[in-house]
Write a protein that binds this ligand. Sequence first.
Ligand SMILES: C[S@@+](CC[C@H](N)C(=O)[O-])C[C@H]1O[C@@H](n2cnc3c(N)ncnc32)[C@H](O)[C@@H]1O
Length: 229
Amino acid sequence: MEDKNYYAEQLNSQMLFQVYDTKISRIDQYLEEEINRVKKDLKAEDKLLEVGCGYGRILKKLAGSAGFVKGIDISKDSINFAKDYLKDYKNVELEVADFHTMKNDKKFDVIILLQNALSAIKGDPKETIAKSLSMLKDSGKLYISTYSKNFWDQRIEWFEEQADKKLLGQIDYDKTKDGVIICKDGFKAITFTEEDFEKLAKATGYKYSIEEVDGSSLFLIIKKEKANQ
Ligand SMILES: C[S@@+](CC[C@H](N)C(=O)[O-])C[C@H]1O[C@@H](n2cnc3c(N)ncnc32)[C@H](O)[C@@H]1O
C-alpha cells in the first residue's frame, strides 16, 4: 500500500489543483519562493525540463523566463489538464512519461525536481539524479528541492488541510515524524536532510550547493561541471 504511486494513481489533475489551492498564506509564500529560486537563475535562451510537472503550475510561472520548457508526468489526466492550463504558451511541450523508464534524446540547460519530487516520483534517488544529469548539457544545472526541517509545523498544517478536503487520508500521527508524513490511506512522503543531499551530491562528482530558501525549502543545486575543475 505505502509503495503505490499515490500522486499518479489518485492525486492528479483536478485533485492536484486543489492541493495547491491552499488557504494558508505561508504555504503560498513557500510555493512562490521555491519557484523564484529557479527563476532568478534562468536565462532567456534556456531549455528547461520539469520532472513530475503535474498540471503545469510551476511551468506556467517559468515559461516566460526561458526559451523552451518541457514537462513530463506519469499521469495522463494531469498532462491533459496541463495542456489546457498552458495553452497560451507557445514554448511549452508536455508529455506523459514515467521518468524512470522514459527515453530522451534532447539535452536541457536546466532540469527541475521541485515540490519534493525526489520523494513523489519514487524510485532510487541516486538513480533519479544520475538520469537527470545524463539529460543535462555540460554546465547545465539540476535543481532539487525538499522541505526544510524548519517548516515541519507548516507542512503538517497544509497536509491537514488536504486531508480535510479529502484529497488524502487523515494523517497517522503515530507514524508521522522525522520529516516523514504517513496518512491512514497509505500515502507516504519522505524528505531529505542536508546530510542526505550532501551524500547524494558528492557521489556525482559534480559541483553543487545546498541552500535553505525562505525558511521553507531545502535546495540541492548540482552543476554539471567536475568538482575539481
Ligand atoms: C507533488 S506532485 C507535484 C506536481 C508539480 N511539480 C507541482 O509542484 O505543481 C508530484 C508529481 O509527480 C508525478 N509523478 C509521480 N511519479 C512519477 C514518475 N515516475 N514519472 C513522472 N512523474 C511522476 C505525479 O503524477 C505528480 O504530478
